[in-house]
Design a protein around this ligand. Structure first.
Ligand code: AMP
Ligand code: MG
Length: 702
């Protein structure tokens, strides 16, 4: 069962949600020929219906098969359609509703119609309940006090779907009743318009070019939770994007198998009972959406932005751009977990012995000297003892061996004497002594790592112990590095007066590699618009993000800021930080560019403080918070208010020393230092012995 295009629509029973994308509106996710489009915001049902009709038309004309998923039930619990229309045919119900519901962007009659149905079929006490309007509606109970439902509360599908709401509840957080009433008429019109070119599942076989299926985003709840939401891309948008991707990722066979259900009247949720299959279909196709052009735009007004505000802005406006991929555990060190990893086996899988010794039943021994006859055989790791150890006898057992039946306690070899036939030792021993309980370290199904975690060497051990051979991680973020300035020469090359070696590029490339990013060396660009543009062009093609140094201010030769300004995405960040100069941030052909100051010390510090967390976010990793601690200062300093300062520092005898010169051109100070002293935004008079916050380079992942 092969479709070319998949669209998933998060429907809404509410009114027009206005021009700006927002949650609880209608959102559509689309994957065509394996390519995902950014989720589409549809502010009201009229627009949505037009968009759907256009899409069906376009795909039919192009000869592509289209699968359309909607997140509301296609049928009601058994008996309702028949009571209302005289036939159990769900399409009769669709048409019945379509003929009666009035829908306009700013108001609709869903509550009135529900009241009318209640008065006819349920003596005004049900099946519908909850009224989202201020005015009372005769026959529509607001709560469930006097509620009575002549029909089943739930469909068979909902009984199997924990957390699903009933289609009878019309209002309140999470309710879907309104969506059904306002959605089925739209489907009825699509069917009428496109006739036998549309088939609605599971009521009709899926052999028409267009299929309508019922979906439920909660089937992918874990994957959805792993994605970042923003006001511009709310949860609804993430859900439709993921569901469309998962549907598109299913093999035709898997799709056909999932589609095989028997629910002639109530309908069914596509994928219910096949959550694993659906989930597994996801990663291959999942390409994160691009960044928005205004992601670096700072609120106007503030001239000097405090460091914390700048960081909060990056955190809120950037999202992962690295796509997921599957890696063998042995090749996953340094990678970022893309979706929650759960253990597929317990560790240890069975109770076993932690020492070499002798095993027996604890109930057979007491305090004081003990003698136990040995039973023939032994238990070793990988070579278990088959059979039961008789009560009152002991068995030779070696570290890691599974405890055989009849053994719950082990005495350490060194605590025993033996003549080959018996062992003797001193009691008492605790029950379970020297043994490991099954699952004491890891239980099956336990979450080992959450998305965003960067895998360490130890983590590979944990993954293997937890039964995993592969893990879903993000592709490494590719970061390009460019130096700008007419004065720069390659390290080691001859320099004419006025020329200097490019110190930033080797330094920045090494930092990035250290953090697990892949790097692209863009070399040096002269101070011309053309050279800078050409380098950025290459960076945007070959990398996910670009780090530049130099040329970021607002002067004549500041070609990075000039180039970014042309794109309309440029933001010059004046962050209240020392060392630092303005940072030029923007997008070049979709790739985020971090324009660092040219000065090596400022470039280094700004990379640690700003670029690193921003790049980690793009890579899908958790937001890093460098961990510092207070130590006595070994220096005196009078610090002015207004900006945060980072001093090149190191610990000696438990006190923080700082590099004697604060000159921002003094690269050797970076080599001398083993960390930074961070002085807060306010003024401060520091005397030797006063506590200052020290951030070792290790807490920046170095
Ligand atoms: P700019 O930000 O381009 O105004 O440069 C500020 C200072 O940093 C100037 O003294 C530059 O010569 C110096 N500089 C810029 N880029 C580098 C680099 N890659 N290596 C060493 N120094 C640099
Ligand atoms: Mg320059």
């Amino acid at each position: 069962m092969r479709f070319d295009t998949f669209a998933v629509i998060d429907w809404s029973g509410g009114n027009d949600t206005g021009p700006r994308p927002r949650k609880d509106a209608i959102w559509a996710g689309l994957v065509r020929a394996g390519r995902a489009e950014a989720p589409r915001y549809l502010r009201n049902r009229r627009l949505a219906e037009d968009w759907l009709a256009d899409l069906v038309e376009t795909e039919l004309t192009a000869g592509r098969r289209l699968c359309l998923g909607f997140d509301f039930p296609f049928g009601y619990p058994a008996g309702f359609a028949g009571a209302l229309t005289g036939t159990a045919d769900p399409f009769a119900l669709w048409d019945w509703l379509e003929a009666r519901i009035e829908d306009a962007p700013k108001a609709n009659t869903r509550f009135d119609l529900a009241g009318e149905i209640n008065r006819t079929l349920g003596a005004g006490r049900g099946p519908f309940w909850a009224n989202g309007l201020k005015r009372d509606i005769p026959g529509l109970p607001r709560g469930k006090e006097s509620y009575a439902n002549p029909f089943p509360e739930r469909r068979a599908a909902e009984q199997q779907a924990p957390g699903a709401f009933t289609c009878w509840q019309l209002a309140g957080a999470g309710a879907v009743g309104g969506q059904v009433l306002m959605g089925l008429p739209v489907l009825a019109r699509l069917r009428r318009r496109f006739g036998n070119r549309i088939a609605a599942w599971p009521f009709e076989p899926l052999d028409a070019p267009v299929a309508l299926i019922e979906v439920w985003p909660s089937l992918l709840a874990d994957a959805v939770r792993a994605e970042p939401f923003t006001p511009q891309i709310p949860k609804d948008a993430v859900q439709v994007r993921l569901l469309a991707a998962a549907l598109a990722g299913l093999s035709p066979d898997a799709f056909a198998q999932i589609a095989t259900v028997d629910a002639p009247e109530e309908g069914w949720i596509f994928g219910l009972g096949h959550e694993e299959t659906l989930r597994a279909a996801l990663p291959a196709l999942l390409t994160p959406p691009p960044l928005r052009n205004d992601c670096f735009a700072m609120p106007r007004g503030a001239y000097w932005t405090p460091v914390d505000d700048a960081l909060a802005h990056l955190r809120a406006n950037l999202h992962p751009v690295a796509g997921p991929e599957t890696r063998p555990v042995g090749a996953a060190a340094g990678r970022v977990v893309a979706s929650a990893v759960t253990a597929t086996r317990a560790h240890p899988p069975a109770a076993n012995t932690a020492v070499d010794g002798y095993g027996f039943a604890h109930a057979a021994i007491g305090p004081g000297p003990q003698t136990l006859p040995l039973t023939p055989g032994r238990a070793a790791a990988g070579a278990p003892f088959h059979g039961a150890v008789p009560h009152g006898k002991a068995l030779r057992i070696l570290t890691g061996a599974v405890l055989p039946e009849g053994v719950d306690t082990v005495v350490l070899e060194e605590d025993c004497t033996t003549d080959g036939q018996r062992i003797a030792f001193r009691g008492p021993l605790k029950r379970g002594a020297n043994t490991r309980v099954a699952g004491e370290d890891i239980t099956e199904g336990q979450t080992l790592f959450a998305p965003g975690h960067r895998l360490t060497a130890a983590d590979l051990g944990t993954l293997a112990a937890g039964g995993l051979g592969e893990v879903e991680v993000r592709a490494p973020l590719k970061v390009a590095v460019l130096s700008t300035g007419d004065e720069l020469r390659e390290p080691g090359a001859a320099t004419a007066p006025g020329q200097i070696p490019d110190a930033n590029r080797p330094m920045l490339l090494a930092l990035l590699r250290r953090w697990g990013f892949e790097t692209v060396d863009l070399g040096r660009a002269a101070d011309t618009a053309e050279a800078v543009r050409a380098a950025l062009d290459r960076g945007a093609v070959e990398a996910d993000a670009i780090l530049t140094s130099g040329g970021a201010s607002a002067g004549d030769e500041d070609h990075i800021s000039k180039a970014l300004r042309e794109t309309g995405s440029m933001a010059l960040w004046r962050v209240a930080v020392k060392p630092g100069r303005p940072l030029a941030l923007g997008l070049w052909n979709g790739a985020p560019v971090f324009g660092l100051p040219g000065n090596p010390v400022a470039a280094f510090v700004c990379t640690l403080i700003f670029a690193r967390p921003a790049l980690m976010r793009l890579a899908g990793a958790d937001w890093p918070e460098p961990q510092g601690f207070d130590v006595p200062a070994a220096f005196a300093k009078s610090k002015k208010a207004g900006r945060r300062e980072y001093l090149r520092a190191r610990l000696r005898d438990g006190r923080a020393e700082v590099f004697p010169s604060e000159g921002s051109g003094r690269i050797t100070g970076l080599s001398w230092a083993e960390g930074l002293v961070e002085l807060g935004d306010g003024a401060r008079q520091i005397e030797p012995g006063d506590p200052v916050r020290y951030l070792p380079f290790g807490s920046f992942g170095l």
